[in-house]
Design a protein around this ligand. Structure first.
Ligand code: UGA
Length: 439
């Protein structure tokens, strides 16, 4: 099929290349010239394992192109809208400016019989509004909502092997046409028996925000348990293991620690609450405020724990922060708990050096006042305390004995409950983690 993908950020760039991998003729469009230039040269504008290889492979077939000109979307049978929906400044609601602008400009080239498939995470009700816009300007064109569930770090795998497909379809007779077109787009995925849910627009939009809210709630649940563990002397990691064996609960997303960040979970739960308020159903989601609060408290607790370990004062203490990205295998620092903690520590008088395998460049741009190091050893040179705040594999693989040689004080704070407590304590380190007794 001929496909256009509007918006070449994380979601769009990976989607465009993945659609070409499935055999389609794809054009990816974005207003950001440097981004398009980089994609054209098969250079990933962000860190994502496996993406650059996919890009090289699909560009080489000639089936994938990138452009800054919307008129290049002309003639595509399906147009995917993949632009961002960040949090509005000073408000909880989502900013729909980019979705609206992208749809408006797409309307200039859209033809009857073509399908607009929205993928951006939007407040419930948006698809119906956009469908009206599309129907008014281009009678005969159809709109569907097709949310995406990819995780950063696994974006290629999640796009080519999703665990489900969700189609939000119009109420009219166009539903069948839209479903058939989406089935054709995803043919190899559909054929392998991937579960597919067809629904109305509102349900499809809500699937996405409900899923992210559930994940955020699961993380905050275990972090609330961590707070209780700190008060009782219990161990949150053992607790998570033990409750996780119940497959109704499951062990995934029960890792206690610094909590969630990134460009999705925090802003999505806030936008969901804001939308519920607009709909007069705010009570239904007041629990998400608590989810957000628990999450933010973990960052404050981490700063407190660092102070505690540094004999009650942060002034002049040398703190090494390992990890800046909001999670490993990503260079994304949006709402990164690690950087948030690093900045707070510095504001409170500590001498902070941050390192990360992929996110230093982005971090430096956003937090120029922090000091950065290329390696964990460099960051930890003569440190009074080492904080592991993003669980990159290279930090989990550190040899605590050799690493102990570079620091001034062998104190480690495991912000993600991911290090081997035994290995570090046996090497003479004082080990502290959120929700666990001092080791
Ligand atoms: C999340 C969802 O997992 C995806 O399904 C969704 O498609 C995506 O948002 C989106 O809306 O686009 P992502 O933001 O890439 O994906 O990251 P996650 O893997 O969900 O991690 C989010 C945060 O939770 C990270 O900061 C991570 O460190 C934290 N986390 C995760 C925990 O603190 N504990 C856990 O047990 C798991």
């Amino acid at each position: 099929m001929r496909i256009s993908v509007i918006g070449c950020g994380y979601l769009g760039a990976v989607h465009a290349a993945s659609m070409a991998e499935l055999g389609h003729e794809v054009v990816g469009i974005d207003v950001d010239e440097p981004k398009i230039a980089s994609l054209r040269e098969a250079r990933a504008p962000f860190y994502e394992p496996g993406f650059e290889e996919l890009l090289q492979r699909t560009l080489a077939t000639g089936r994938l192109r990138f452009s800054t000109d919307m008129s290049d979307a002309s003639g595509a049978q399906v147009h995917f809208v993949c632009v961002g929906t960040p949090q509005k400044r000073g408000e909880n609601a989502a900013d729909l400016r980019y979705v609206e602008a992208a749809t408006e400009s797409l309307l200039q080239v859209l033809q009857a019989g073509e399908l607009v498939a929205g993928k951006s995470t939007v407040p419930v009700g948006t698809a119906a509004r956009l469908a009206e816009m599309v129907g008014e300007k281009v009678p005969g064109a159809i709109l569907a909502w097709n949310p995406e569930f990819l995780r950063e770090g696994f974006a290629v795998q999640d796009t080519l092997h999703p665990d489900r497909l969700v189609y939000g379809l119009p109420a009219s007779g166009a539903a069948e046409v839209a479903e058939r077109m989406l089935d054709e787009v995803y043919a190899p995925i559909v054929e392998r028996g991937t579960p597919k849910v067809t629904a109305d627009y509102a349900t499809a939009e809500m699937v996405k925000t409900a899923a992210n809210s559930f994940l955020a709630t699961k993380i905050s649940f275990i972090n609330a348990m961590a707070e209780l563990c700190e008060a009782t002397g219990a161990d949150v990691k053992l607790l998570a293991d033990a409750i996780g064996y119940d497959d109704r609960i499951g062990r995934k997303f029960l890792n206690a620690g610094l909590g969630f960040g990134g460009g999705c979970l925090p802003k999505d739960i806030r936008a969901f609450m804001a939308r519920a308020g607009e709909l007069g159903a705010d009570q239904a989601l007041t629990f998400l405020r608590e989810v957000d609060n628990i999450n933010m408290r973990r960052r404050i607790r981490m700063v407190e724990l660092t102070r505690e370990v540094c004999d009650g004062s942060l002034l002049g203490k040398r703190v090494a922060v390992l990890g800046a990205a909001f999670k490993p295998d990503s260079d994304d620092i949006r709402d990164s708990p690690a950087l948030n903690v690093a900045a707070q520590l510095q504001l409170q008088g500590a001498v902070v050096r941050v390192t990360d395998p992929a996110a230093i460049e982005n971090s430096r741009r956003q937090w120029p006042q922090l000091d950065y190091a290329d390696t964990a050893e460099e960051a930890a040179d003569r440190a009074d305390v080492v904080l592991v705040l993003t669980e990159w594999k290279q930090y989990l693989d550190l040899d605590p004995r050799a690493f102990g040689e570079v620091v001034a004080q062998k104190r480690v704070l495991d912000g993600r409950n991911a290090l081997s407590r035994t290995a570090w304590t046996e090497a003479g380190w004082t080990y502290r983690a959120l929700g666990r007794r001092a080791g």
